[in-house]
Design a protein around this ligand. Sequence first.
Ligand SMILES: *[C@@H]1O[C@H](CO)[C@@H](O)[C@H](O)[C@H]1NC(C)=O
Ligand SMILES: *[C@@H]1O[C@H](CO)[C@@H](O)[C@H](O)[C@H]1NC(C)=O
Ligand SMILES: *[C@@H]1O[C@H](CO)[C@@H](O)[C@H](O)[C@H]1NC(C)=O
Length: 221
Amino acid sequence: MSKLSLIESSLLCLCLMCITVSLACPIAHRQALLQFKHSLIRNSSTDEILFDLESWNSSPDCCQWERVVCDSSNSALKPVIALDLSKLYLGSFAVMAPIFNIKSLTKLDVSKNFLQGEIPIWKLARLNRLVYLDMSYNNLSASIPSLLFSLRNLEHLDLTGNSFCGELSSHVRNLSKLKFLGLACNSLSGEIRKEIAKLVRLQNLWLHGNRFSRKVPNSIL
Ligand SMILES: *[C@@H]1O[C@H](CO)[C@@H](O)[C@H](O)[C@H]1NC(C)=O
Ligand SMILES: *[C@@H]1O[C@H](CO)[C@@H](O)[C@H](O)[C@H]1NC(C)=O
Ligand SMILES: *[C@@H]1O[C@H](CO)[C@@H](O)[C@H](O)[C@H]1NC(C)=O
């Protein structure tokens, strides 16, 4: 091989590498998603899960996988920004540990997953870019942790159809960008917070099916 063709072929190699790198999601995100997938398979043997995440691994670029959306506005880096993990029968937050490391997430849907117990709020609160969070129709219990209301970018928060109890924290007022707040069908009690009236962008508020005292603050009506 001549010197020139050697240089040419190494240049070609470099270019191919560049293209591959620029098309792919960050390696850390790919690994986190695969770790999540593998823990699902190890802990559950329903065919549905395996079938559902079949596309995860088919391409080295996780941005091509089903249920995964990447930010493609920047050609060099395509971080994962949205994950639809609904109806995967997760059962426990334990399997989600790798997901909580994807800090670029702006949208996370874990609805209808038979999730039990308390929200692992210290992990969830790290995802502070979240704009959309759907945890509806699980079996989440205890009170809604006030740290959840530190996710100040949230525009859509759906906690409908769980077993949350106790009073709603006044810190809910911190979610000033909220357009949708779903709290229906839980066991929340106490008064309906007047702080909710301070959420000026709110368009949808679902409160039915709780144990709130009858009094609705005038500011909300
Ligand atoms: C798998 O299930 C076992 C037993 O329930 C549990 O201890 C373990 O944390 C689970 N693993 C993952 C990754 O969730
Ligand atoms: C929901 O969780 C509680 C414990 O927090 C449990 O007693 C109950 O059976 C669960 N319900 C369902 C439908 O899984
Ligand atoms: C809500 O905002 C107040 C005032 O900025 C702050 O002191 C408080 O810690 C915030 N609460 C949460 C849960 O982030």
